[in-house]
Write a protein that binds this ligand. Structure first.
Ligand SMILES: [Fe+2]
Length: 376
């Protein structure tokens, strides 16, 4: 058993309860270990900690507008990488046409998040109809393709040399946030059987060490007649997530963890009622994200704590960068005009520093670091 090095203490004029009953006229900033799981300290500042007038150097935050690149990536392995490290690679895939081949990832599990559009997903395990808001976990080694119904835009989050699992739900019990019984699996249905045509040859493009090999078959290799086992593609839609809330306490982002990789986690923000206790914070507290690089992809709705960020955009707050609500949102720190948030967003928290690719730099909004300046 590890024990923290320092016992809880209160110094000066301070609240004893995190995220609530702040001394009048102060702003709370948290320094914490292990995301929001570990030991933490909460400071009460006279000024918002994002009140800088200049900010230089590699710790600057980034915002990318992923709506910008043209649609032409018929293969997921041609989709541009946006951010990457040794444990996670984040691509943004916008195919203009249905896939005329099968893809297979030998580098790790993929998590597909459908931002827009939909189609028929055919894989070793059968057929799934994809819609916006779907998370699809594709185990490493699965052959798959998508037949477009509507133009697709999807985030692809690769657990490089790793796999996905569900988070430990602890005292909440295993059926909270979403019941594992809500996970859909592909069906060997009429649509799957119909695509098992012998009329043409098929390529399988296999990615290993980020290099693609092409295997050609004179038949369609998605020709299984059935399967059994305890491994499969699974799907859950963000509309089926039931977020944890407290009416008296602003829960940290870790309460919204949806999938766990190795040295990164994926969390989902979905609409939830605001806190109603008069002293409870109604916006995120200021913090430095001290153990993780934090990525948020904005899917739909109004992003209540950020200004000038719209659907299809992605932000990166490097570990150590102090952030919190934008000035407009901060004005609603204790009183919100609406009863609930109206936002869907995917957060990826990575333990190791993420590299920003050239494709991301091309669509970067350079003014993001100045967006915390109060327009008054
Ligand atoms: Fe953060």
């Amino acid at each position: 058993m590890k024990r923290p090095i320092f016992p809880p203490r209160v110094e000066g004029t301070a609240s004893r309860q995190a995220h609530a009953d702040l001394p009048e006229g102060t702003y709370e900033r948290e320094i914490s270990k292990e995301g929001f799981f570990g030991p933490a300290a909460f400071f009460h500042h006279r000024h918002p900690p994002t009140g800088w007038v200049a900010f230089e150097g590699p710790l600057r935050p980034h915002a990318f507008d992923l709506n910008k690149p043209a649609r032409d990536h018929g293969s997921p392995w041609q989709a541009p990488e946006i951010l990457r490290n040794a444990h996670v690679r984040i691509r943004y895939w916008r195919p203009a046409t249905s896939m005329d081949h099968l893809a297979r990832n030998a580098d790790g599990d993929d998590l597909l998040f459908v931002h827009k559009g939909g189609g028929e997903f055919h894989c070793d395990y059968g057929h799934l109809a994809l819609a916006a808001g779907d998370y699809v976990v594709i185990p490493r080694g699965t052959m798959w393709r998508v037949e477009l119904r509507d133009p697709l835009a999807a985030l692809m989050i690769e657990a490089t040399n790793g796999s996905y699992s569900l988070p430990e739900k602890g005292l909440l019990g295993g059926h909270a946030i979403f019941d594992p019984a809500m996970l859909d699996v592909p069906a060997m249905d009429a649509a799957f059987v119909a695509q098992q045509s012998e009329e043409r040859s098929w390529q399988v493009r296999v990615k290993r060490n980020n290099a693609v090999s092409t295997v050609t078959y004179p038949f369609n290799p998605l020709d299984a007649t059935g399967w059994h086992g305890d491994l499969s593609v699974v799907r859950v839609n963000v509309k089926d997530l039931r977020p944890i809330v407290s009416h008296r306490y602003h829960l940290p982002p870790s309460a919204h963890t949806t999938f766990v990789g190795q040295r990164f986690v994926v969390c989902t923000f979905v609409p939830r009622p605001f806190e109603t206790d008069p002293g409870a914070l109604k916006v995120p507290f200021f913090h430095n994200n001290d153990d993780y690089d934090e990525v948020i992809f904005y899917h739909a709705g109004n992003f209540f704590s950020r200004d000038n960020i719209g659907p299809g955009m992605m932000t990166l707050h490097p570990c150590g960068f102090t952030h919190g609500p934008h000035p407009k949102a901060l004005k609603n720190m204790l009183v919100q005009p609406k009863p609930a948030t109206d936002e869907y967003a995917v957060m990826i928290d990575a333990r190791d520093a993420l590299e920003i690719t050239d494709a991301a730099k091309e669509v970067e909004w350079a003014g993001y670091v100045d967006s915390w300046k109060d327009p008054k």
